[in-house]
Design a protein around this ligand. Structure first.
Ligand code: GLU
Length: 300
């Protein structure tokens, strides 16, 4: 894909369930940021993990975005149609000797990989034991300027470690697919929840390994439910309902630290929120509780 756009943003939900208030906040922020810069805003459905997906979720998510007038550009990209591109990227990394096959059990392995299989010559499946593919992470620092959080720096070897890019069940890992598709869709700006902040050094490193351009990042506070846990589709957070969209829009704007326009006309509030969008006002915390936004018991 080639593009002459100076700004291309995206919202990239995994179809594990309908959108909840936390995903509305992320969708709205990336939408407002793109539209306020006359940019494009794309949708990518990250349907790479069928066991964790709900077959009806893509349709529901797209309907929810339409209900909230978050109109996207072009056609929706489904990651399930992109497996050849991920395989090609994986082959490129293997050719460059940047990968190794790993037999370790994911559950029993510390999150920073201790290097157990790094220098062993395991075939992709050896003696009936499937292997995952890990990317060799070098001793280096990755640093980037987050538009909300400021400078972020990681020591890759000590804080990230060799990470999985293809799972033992042969599914491509999110980290690989996301960088291949962000490059394919010419994404210039990524605005997403801080729950993905730890993924960013992995994605920057993968971009470097694959000679892909690096987008600009902004990480938003994730919304915590009343129980103190992140609202998530897996935890069955309540889907956003289209019954009172302006109320949810107001709450989402409040969560994003934006001016909340006093009007009962949904389209007007949304249009003015594009004009007023100021990413500098987004709270710099990694999370914020839904209880700070509303005292009404409607969201969870
Ligand atoms: N698919 C991921 C999710 O729903 C988001 C990916 C991204 O924004 O990079 O959490």
């Amino acid at each position: 894909m080639n593009s002459e756009y100076h700004y291309i943003g995206r919202f990239a939900p995994s179809p594990s369930g309908p959108l909840h208030f936390g995903s509305l906040v992320a969708a709205l922020a990336s939408f407002l940021d793109a539209r306020s810069q006359n940019g494009q805003w794309l949708i990518r459905i990250e349907d790479l993990d069928p066991p964790r997906e709900s077959p009806s979720a893509p349709e529901t998510i797209l309907k929810q975005l339409k209900d909230f007038e978050l109109a996207w550009d072009g056609s929706v990209l489904f990651q399930s149609t992109r497996l050849d591109a991920y395989a090609a990227a994986l082959a490129r990394l293997k050719d460059r000797k940047l990968t190794f096959q790993c037999r370790c059990s994911r559950n029993k392995t510390p999150s920073i990989y201790p290097g157990t299989c790094r220098d062993a010559a395991h075939a992709e499946t050896s003696a009936g034991l499937p292997t995952s593919t890990r990317l060799r992470v070098e001793t280096c620092e990755v640093s980037f300027e987050d538009r909300i959080l400021g400078t972020k720096t990681w020591n890759l070897q000590h804080q990230v470690g060799d990470f999985i890019i293809r799972r033992k069940d042969n599914l491509f890992a999110y980290q690989l697919a996301v960088v291949v598709d962000d490059a394919y869709q010419n994404i210039t700006h990524i605005v997403r929840g801080s729950d993905l902040l730890d993924s960013t050094p992995r994605q920057i490193f993968l971009n470097q390994c694959l000679d892909l351009p690096q987008p600009v990042y902004a990480h938003l506070p994730v919304i915590l439910g009343k129980d103190g846990f992140k609202l998530s589709k897996q935890a069955m957070a309540r889907p956003i309902s289209n019954e009172d969209p302006i109320r949810l829009l107001r709450l989402a704007l409040k969560a994003l630290g934006q001016k909340v326009i006093d009007s009962v006309d949904y389209s007007e509030v949304l249009a003015l929120s594009i004009l007023n969008w100021d990413i500098g006002q987004v709270p710099k915390n990694l999370s914020q509780s839904i209880t700070n936004l509303s005292d009404e018991d409607v969201l969870k």
